[in-house]
Design a protein around this ligand. Structure first.
Ligand SMILES: Cc1cc2nc3c(=O)[nH]c(=O)nc-3n(C[C@H](O)[C@H](O)[C@H](O)COP(=O)(O)OP(=O)(O)OC[C@H]3O[C@@H](n4cnc5c(N)ncnc54)[C@H](O)[C@@H]3O)c2cc1C
Ligand code: FES
Length: 267
């Protein structure tokens, strides 16, 4: 898809029928003992055959052992998937929805955008999306243009407005993706809901911007996970509760949380 960035397409019709945008799978390679544990990967999108869900596409950046091994798989190889897991992004009820992606944190947003714009339906039973949306835009920031993945697919979604940023200015706005969010917030048509996925400092900056303008904001956390189904508590994050603070498992109660629930920067 881009430098060090790969797509993996898995035939799994039943899982493709069930999943909603923002959910994820634990992925393992059968028979592999190093790494032994699965790794979490978000839905990039489902794909269809004859108009019926046939399988799942993942997009991933090679950062370590599992992602290196995945990039060496060949057509016809088998993987183990556990899922769909987690809560996913809520059905958008906003008028103007803005998606903020940093780096490989873009993966959930192709499906989010398609669902919000009524181009594809997800879940079993299928989720209904209110027709109140006026606009859906995606601000997507990466280090440099070599890492921009899936841009043509985002451009192919009718109605999706795409804004790009690169740290080095090689394509789109030169600077942080949160600069684009700030510009939108200060415009005549600010977003009234923001969904965000990417590196923690970027999500914290986006959450602070939204909080200071009373804009509802959701973050999809990329906490390291060992089991993925609620048993090990390796993925906990601190959240506000009516009684104070508590911990929630990112794999079960997340990975998507309302930003105003989270103790950002604390664990
Ligand atoms: C819900 C969820 C969805 C995700 N979706 C995607 C996706 O769609 N595409 C994608 O490429 N990645 C995604 N990730 C991150 C992905 O799980 C990690 O990149 C992967 O586990 C790395 O495995 P590895 O064996 O290749 O690297 P490892 O050998 O385990 O680690 C390599 C290096 O990466 C660091 N690292 C590992 N995991 C993370 C992390 N979560 N955040 C920051 N640094 C980390 C390690 O500390 C180490 O320095 C997601 C994570 C979560 C929790
Ligand atoms: S990864 Fe084990 S409880 Fe969340």
């Amino acid at each position: 898809m881009a430098r060090d960035t790969w797509r993996m397409r898995v035939e799994c019709a039943e899982m493709a029928r069930q999943i909603v945008p923002g959910q994820f799978f634990m992925v393992r390679i059968p028979g592999l003992s190093d790494p032994l544990l699965g790794r979490p990967f978000a839905l990039y999108d489902i794909y269809e055959r004859d108009g019926v869900p046939a399988g799942i596409d993942f997009g991933y950046l090679v950062v370590g052992k599992m992602t290196s091994r995945l990039s060496q798989l060949r057509v016809g190889d088998r993987v183990e998937l556990w899922g769909p897991l987690g809560n996913g992004f809520p059905v958008p009820e906003a008028r103007r929805l803005m998606l903020i992606a940093g780096g490989i944190g873009q993966t959930p947003f192709l499906a989010v955008a398609r669902e919000a714009l009524g181009r594809r339906h997800y879940g079993s039973p299928q989720r209904a999306v209110p027709r109140s949306l006026e606009s859906v835009s995606l601000c997507y920031g990466v280090r440099s243009s070599a890492y921009q993945a899936g841009v043509d697919e985002f451009r192919s979604v009718p109605g999706l407005e795409l804004k790009l940023a690169t740290d080095d200015g090689s394509n789109g706005h030169r600077g942080f993706v949160t600069d684009l969010l700030r510009g939108a917030i200060e415009s005549d048509a600010p977003p009234d809901a923001v969904y965000c996925c990417g590196p923690e400092p970027m999500m914290h900056a986006a959450a602070r911007l939204c909080a200071s303008h009373s804009i509802a904001c959701w973050l999809s956390l990329e906490s390291p996970m060992a089991c993925g189904f609620g048993a090990c508590f390796s993925c906990v994050t601190k959240v506000a509760t009516p009684d104070g603070w508590d911990y929630r498992r990112t794999c079960v109660e997340g990975p998507v949380f309302r930003a105003d629930q989270l103790a950002l920067g604390e664990h």
